[in-house]
Structure formats: structure tokens, C-alpha cells
Write a protein that binds this ligand. Structure first.
Ligand code: XBP
Ligand code: MG
Length: 259
């Protein structure tokens, strides 16, 4: 077994609970601005989360959930692509505005874990399907400007054509860092996320959220409700955390060392 060298963090749902009150709200603002009467409710959005990536999610909605007339021009592949890209650009604008206003905090224990790992010289990376600017703004608005430099690689958005659940984005990050899967641990929150990380042969710690708590995480090394803090213990939903009551580097070393 190789030494544990790096922690690879998903963003949406893992570092921050971004989907329901962040991305979803920003999509709806973009729809409203564009004069579309679409409303991505909390329930509908759960179904749309089957597809990762905002542009891809807009297309998926048009192709599968549209009630009433399709917007003009989406009947050709180019038209559909351009429509999704334009709408998504505005969605990103509204999402960044929310981040700038500090409306989206990190999840419990995320800041502590990142800082402890950095202090102990673990290498850090972000591995996500979201737009790169969304990551930059989330990190700087929660951890400060300098936090961008704590992450050796920020693998995000369209940097690989096949988004999660494909393993490509994890593979991309590990290639950039010149690391193999057995030198890393991944952190995920969703079915699409763990399918991606496990396909890249990564041991994966899952912290669930309201949208993902009933998904299948049988391939995770441990499933928790949160990273936790010394005074705010996690609940272990699957697996064995030993004596730990929050995610520590010691627990990660222990999980990494297990078969
Ligand atoms: C996250 C996503 C993202 C966001 C939206 O998946 O699916 O698409 O919902 O981001 P994961 P963009 O956490 O598995 O990386 O709109 O910027 O694409
Ligand atoms: Mg996620």
C-alpha cells in the first residue's frame, strides 16, 4: 500500500451544500430573466440532478421535462447548444452573485479538514463538474483570497469532455499531480460523484446531503452525514470510523490503510 499523499475534493454537495439553495435558485433567476416560465422546484431539481453539469442539465430538461412549447431555435443541435450555453452563462452570473454575497457557506468541518491537511503537507485538489469561476468564488468567499493556492489542481467544468460519472476528471487531476489512485482519497456526496471516483480506482469518503442521502454508496470506504467538528460529531451511516467522531487526518490514514 502506497502512502496517502493527496486529498481530492468534490465541491457541489461535498464542500458546500450548493444545489438546492444555490445552483437551483440561480437557474431559476436565469429562466425568469430570459422570459421562460420554467420553475425548477426542489422536487424537479432532484430528478434533474441525474445529469451533472449545468449546460447538460438544461438540455436534459428541454429533452425530458419540458411542458408547453420549446424555446425558439432548439430544434437543431447547434441551436440547442447555443441556447443552453447562453442561458447557462446568465445562471453562472447569478450564482457568482450569491457567492460574492456570502450566501453559500462551507459545510461543517470542511474548513477545518482542509486547513489541517494543508498544515500536515497533504497535497490538495478540487475535482468537480462545476464551472471554474464557481470554485474560485466559493473558496475565496469562504476561506480567503489565498486559499486558491492551497489547491495544486482545480479540475473543473469543461476541462474534460466527459463529466462525472465518467472517471476522466479524477484521472485528469491525478495525472496533473503525477499521483496514482492508491496515493489519494476522494471526497464525494452523490451517486454520480462516487461512480466517477470509484471508476478512477479511488477510495472515497462520502458525506451525504438531503438530495443524496438515499443513494447507493456501497462502494464508499465510509458514509457520513458530515465531516463534523470536535463539538459536532458526525453520524456514521455506513462503515467503521473507529474512535473518531469527526473526520481527522488520522481517520483518513486509517481508512486509506484498510484493504
Ligand atoms: C455538480 C454539478 C454541477 C452543478 C452546476 O456535480 O452537477 O453541474 O449542479 O454547475 P459534482 P454548473 O458535485 O458531482 O461535481 O452550472 O457550473 O455546471
Ligand atoms: Mg457533488
Amino acid at each position: 500500500m502506497k502512502k496517502l499523499k493527496a486529498l481530492l475534493f468534490d465541491v457541489d454537495g461535498t464542500l458546500a451544500d450548493t444545489e438546492r439553495d444555490g445552483h437551483r435558485v440561480a437557474f431559476n433567476k436565469a429562466f425568469q430573466e430570459a422570459g421562460l416560465d420554467w420553475d425548477w422546484t426542489v422536487e424537479l431539481y432532484e430528478k434533474l440532478l441525474a445529469v451533472t453539469g449545468g449546460k447538460e442539465r438544461i438540455r436534459y430538461h428541454i429533452e425530458n421535462y419540458l411542458e408547453g412549447d420549446a424555446p425558439e431555435g432548439v430544434d437543431t443541435e447547434e441551436g440547442l447548444q447555443a441556447f443552453a450555453a447562453n442561458l447557462h452563462q446568465r445562471k453562472t452570473h447569478f450564482y457568482l452573485e450569491m457567492l460574492k454575497n456570502g450566501e453559500i457557506p462551507l459545510r461543517t468541518g470542511a474548513e477545518r479538514l482542509i486547513k489541517e491537511a494543508k498544515a500536515a503537507d497533504y497535497r490538495l485538489a478540487i475535482v468537480t463538474t462545476t464551472t471554474p469561476a464557481n470554485v474560485t468564488y466559493l473558496l475565496t468567499s469562504t476561506l480567503g483570497e489565498e486559499s486558491i493556492d492551497w489547491f495544486e489542481v482545480i479540475a473543473a467544468g469543461d476541462i474534460v469532455p466527459a463529466k462525472k460519472p465518467a472517471p476522466d476528471i479524477y484521472q485528469y487531476a491525478m495525472d496533473k499531480m503525477n499521483l496514482t489512485a492508491d496515493e489519494c482519497i476522494a471526497f464525494e456526496d452523490s451517486d454520480n460523484g462516487i461512480r466517477s471516483s470509484v471508476s478512477a480506482n479511488l477510495k472515497t469518503v462520502v458525506t451525504v446531503n438531503a438530495y443524496t442521502k438515499d443513494q447507493d454508496f456501497s462502494k464508499a470506504v465510509i458514509v457520513l452525514d458530515q465531516f463534523g467538528e470536535p463539538d459536532d460529531a458526525f453520524t456514521v451511516l455506513r462503515g467503521d470510523a473507529g474512535d473518531a467522531s469527526y473526520v481527522t487526518l488520522e481517520l483518513l490514514e486509517d481508512l486509506h490503510a484498510r484493504a
